[in-house]
Write a protein that binds this ligand. Structure first.
Ligand code: KG4
Ligand code: ZN
Length: 358
């Protein structure tokens, strides 16, 4: 299909607990962006409440879209296309964001792109200016967030091969659950990392699930249970601060070592598929953890790979990545019909993602 779009792309993200909007010009330059994190709305419940998330997206998006357009100095008439996260994620939020995008597309007769949120994470590293020579295909993606934990061979736009993933919790979910046990609030990752900095990571020898096993699947439930046991040795409220710090540090070290081990296997699998591959791209909120970054950098060095991670604001959920994924698809002439229904489940490696299979 011919590449028929012209002009800036508006991207909308609303698949979980970030309401985000961005406008990119045709080359991928960010003209304006905004992110509203719903942390305050969900914190009293210790996790994301889907209905509250949907209502918060509904409350924030209309104003945020107008403000982002104004910041970009554009009217809706000047847009070239609209893209929105259409899955996977929480259905209420997905409906809110994609319906608004479709409304704008219909009103302005613009092409619409239903973006797979995981594809948006996968392609972020290709944003112009992020890496010195871009991120040429193929590369290995390690996506470690609150909702996802998987290794993906990124072979082209729409061409993804899932090499492995978690068989229970996502890495961020494990951080959040342990943080909750330690009374650190939600989301727990950043608070746990801070506490871990004060502790001794060799105090507890927690299990490293699946470590040194074949493949690149992950598991965190055994580790979580072991940590819970260490915490429960103390009566409620009596866990000394220094012990909490040692537990946090030992847990974080176990996760870092598991991720490095699994990523090491994934790099070997990637090389076997594509001998020219040399890039390990790490994305998702957990990629902002210093100990994990260090462990992954070492694992990459040992395999002759380069570890790269987009800046934290582009690793966590945002709309720049949604607009960019939209742009990558638009450049290939791939758009979606207004009838595209948002999808709570939408695997990245589904046939047809690259439009070659019906
Ligand atoms: O990518 P993200 O913003 O949202 C999705 O889940 O899609 O990731 C959020 C997750 C949460 O589980 C949070 O606790 C974790 O990333 N996280 C961290 C850190 N910062 C965020 N985990 C460990 N260390 C951190 N510094
Ligand atoms: Zn995400």
């Amino acid at each position: 299909m011919a590449n028929s779009f012209r002009g800036p792309v508006l991207g909308i993200e609303s698949s979980c607990d970030e309401t985000a909007t961005a406008v990119l010009d045709e080359s991928g330059r960010v003209l304006a962006e905004a992110v509203h994190s719903q942390e305050r709305e969900h914190a009293p419940f210790g996790g994301v409440v889907p209905e509250i998330a949907a209502r918060a997206h509904l409350a924030a998006l209309p104003h945020q879209i107008r403000a982002t357009m104004a910041k970009a100095g554009l009217t809706f008439a000047e847009l070239g296309a609209v893209a929105a996260s259409a899955g996977p994620g929480l259905i209420g939020g997905l409906i809110v964001g994609s319906q608004m995008a479709k409304g704008i597309a219909i009103a302005r007769r613009l092409p619409y792109v239903a973006v797979n949120h995981l594809e948006a994470h996968a392609l972020t590293a290709r944003l112009p200016g992020l890496l010195p020579d871009g991120a040429p295909f193929p590369y290995l993606l390690l996506l470690i967030s609150g909702g996802h934990c998987q290794c993906v061979a990124v072979e082209g736009v729409g061409r993804y091969v899932r090499l492995g993933g978690t068989i229970d919790d996502a890495a961020g979910e494990a951080f959040d659950k342990i943080a909750k046990l330690l009374g650190l609030g939600w989301p727990g990752g950043p608070a746990l990392e801070k506490l871990a900095a004060l502790g001794d990571s060799s105090r507890h020898d927690f299990p490293r699930p699946l470590m040194r096993r074949e493949g690149c699947d992950f598991s965190f439930s055994g580790l979580k249970t072991a940590v819970a046991r260490a915490v429960e040795r103390y009566p409620a409220g009596a866990l000394p601060q220094s012990e909490a710090a040692d537990i946090a540090a030992s847990f974080q070290r176990a996760v870092a070592e598991v991720l490095a081990d699994r990523a090491g296997n994934a790099m070997a699998m990637m090389r076997a598929r594509s001998p020219a591959a040399r890039l390990l791209v790490v994305a998702g909120g957990v990629a902002s953890n210093g100990a994990i970054r260090t462990a992954l950098t070492q694992a990459a060095d040992a395999r002759g790979f380069q570890m790269v991670a987009p800046p934290v604001r582009l690793c966590t959920d945002n709309a720049v990545m949604v607009a960019w994924a939209g742009l990558e698809r638009l450049r290939l002439g791939w758009t979606d019909g207004i009838g595209f229904a948002p999808r709570p489940r939408w695997p990245l490696d589904e046939p047809g993602m690259d439009r070659t299979v019906a």
